[in-house]
Ligand binder design. Structure first.
Ligand code: 5AD
Ligand code: SF4
Length: 474
């Protein structure tokens, strides 16, 4: 099916906000402030979606709680990338029986990628009567209307029809923090890696207009945000669906031109479309972090082909070398899947050797999880879970060793960091990130949160750096 870019009429969003006002009148009629809980699983895109759900809920008059027994509305925003996350969601949704028994008027909604899969929506319909409302990622923009339907009719509502997605502007957003912000620049994925469910649940790639992205970034800077992470399933194909000639590198330049002291990060990049122009732009734009998350997934060409990744090991290594030529201080991270159907001992050894060669600053490793409806689900998979676990452990060990070694190289150096929060621990009470995104624990005044500071690294381990602030934070 050919996808035609679809934009939701802003009038429709105004109508949703009108519905928020109607809900406000009903749920605050007794003079008390109702409470909502939003529980998010999965990736940053989902975090960004939850900020929109909270934005709508705030307009409806809800305050927020983390305690399901206090909540009048619970929204569980789910992930479908691996089975483990789905199991956790189902367990936690099942447990909401208790809070609903204690508070029978409680409304439970489940949304996001997991329920966009037909078999999961069915499962909830049949086996989870505690759930009142189910909606997929494509229906998020009309959450107020769906919630009002549940409230008025007292019946369960399911909105998970097949949909390739649209671009929506103007949904109110309630952001989690005051220092770092997510900014979605595009939605969906066209790549159809054979193991991945994302293209089936999040629809086709569609980009926001550059003017909209820049306006939102400008607003974030005006509000005092110090770090903006541009989000998309594959940011390197930004703009391909737009009439304008703007590509992702151009977009970085446009955001970089906004006056103010802030950092630009982005994720995720697909190696097949990362360009020299992008690396050059990252090197030239002073606000762009020298950080690249470039998922390789596997180090063996047969596996990469079976995954439909559209690059070879050689091509990937060339990309890394090119990126490092432009940015010798580049912090490079990756995702790797272990135990893809049929992956042999020798093929896995190629992943290990690639990682030794690249020396990632950090690696996110996953055991392959079979996803309904994807091509890999019907590939022969003769290896046992124990075989895969053995490979996973070997890779984790390698990853930890390299991260530890790389962290040790920071000791004695002075770096600029952004102080972004409190750790809750006495000795090192503040957390911060280097320009490349490495975690640095510090001791200092919580009033410094949101400021940049020069920090000397005094110690390190596999997961973090420890430092001392030289003088006051800016
Ligand atoms: N099984 C295991 N890991 C997966 N990922 C995506 N699909 C699967 C799957 N079926 C991983 C990839 C991707 C990351 C977000 O999740 O490594 O980059
Ligand atoms: Fe999934 Fe591949 Fe798209 Fe990433 S690029 S979301 S792994 S299909």
């Amino acid at each position: 099916m050919k996808y035609e870019r679809k934009v939701i009429d802003p009038e429709q969003i105004r109508r949703q906000e009108q519905i928020c006002a109607e809900i406000f009148d009903v749920v605050t009629a007794d003079g008390k402030r109702p409470l909502a809980m939003v529980d998010t699983y999965g990736c940053q895109q989902n975090e960004a979606d939850s900020e929109k759900i909270r934005g709508y809920l705030a307009e409806m008059g809800y305050g927020f709680t983390q305690d399901e027994f206090q909540a009048d509305v619970i929204v569980v925003n789910t992930c479908a990338v691996r089975e483990h996350a789905e199991m956790r969601v189902l367990g936690n949704v099942g447990a909401l029986n208790h809070s609903k028994k204690a508070r029978p008027s409680q409304i439970v909604a489940v949304c996001g990628c997991m329920v966009q899969q037909e078999h999961m929506a069915e499962k909830i319909k049949k086996s989870y009567p505690v759930v009142d409302l189910v909606f997929g990622p494509h229906e998020l923009w009309r959450f107020p209307e769906l919630l009002q339907r549940v409230m008025r009719k007292g019946k369960r509502v399911f909105a998970t029809e097949k949909n390739l997605g649209a671009v929506v502007e103007g949904i109110p957003q309630q952001r989690e923090g005051k220092v770092k912000a997510w900014l979605s620049i595009m939605y969906g994925c066209n790549n159809f890696c054979t193991y991945c469910v994302v293209p089936y649940v999040r629809g086709r790639e569609r980009s926001r207009e550059p003017e909209q992205v820049v306006a939102e970034a400008r607003e974030l800077v005006a509000q005092g945000y110090k770090e903006i992470t541009l989000l998309g399933q594959n940011v390197n194909s930004y703009g391909k669906d737009l009439d304008s000639e703007v590509d992702f590198a151009d977009l970085i330049r446009m955001v970089n031109a906004i006056p103010g002291d802030f950092l630009i990060r982005f994720m995720t990049s697909h190696p097949k479309d990362a360009t020299e122009k992008l690396f050059q732009t990252m090197a030239e734009c002073e606000k762009c972090a020298h950080q690249l998350h470039l998922p390789v997934q596997a180090g063996n060409d047969r596996i990469l082909k079976a995954m439909n990744r559209s690059y070879t090991r050689e091509k990937y290594l060339q990309q890394v070398a090119l990126a490092r030529r432009y940015m010798p201080d580049l912090v490079l991270t990756t995702d790797i899947i272990v135990g893809f159907p049929g992956e042999t001992e020798e093929e896995f050894a190629d992943t290990l050797s690639l990682c030794e060669e690249v020396r990632y600053d950090a690696m996110f490793t996953f055991i392959y999880s079979k996803r309904v409806g994807t091509p890999a689900a019907s590939m022969p998979d003769p290896y046992t879970r124990a075989d895969k676990q053995k490979h996973f452990d070997a890779l984790t060990e390698l990853s930890n060793r390299i991260s530890g070694e790389k962290h040790r190289e920071y000791e004695g150096k002075t770096l600029r960091v952004l102080i972004d929060g409190e750790t809750g621990r006495e000795e090192y009470n503040l957390s911060s990130r280097t320009n490349g995104g490495r975690l640095v624990h510090l001791k200092g005044d919580p009033a410094w949160i949101g400021r940049f500071a020069d920090v000397t690294i005094t110690a390190s381990n596999t997961w973090a750096l420890y430092g001392e602030i030289g003088g006051n934070a800016e």
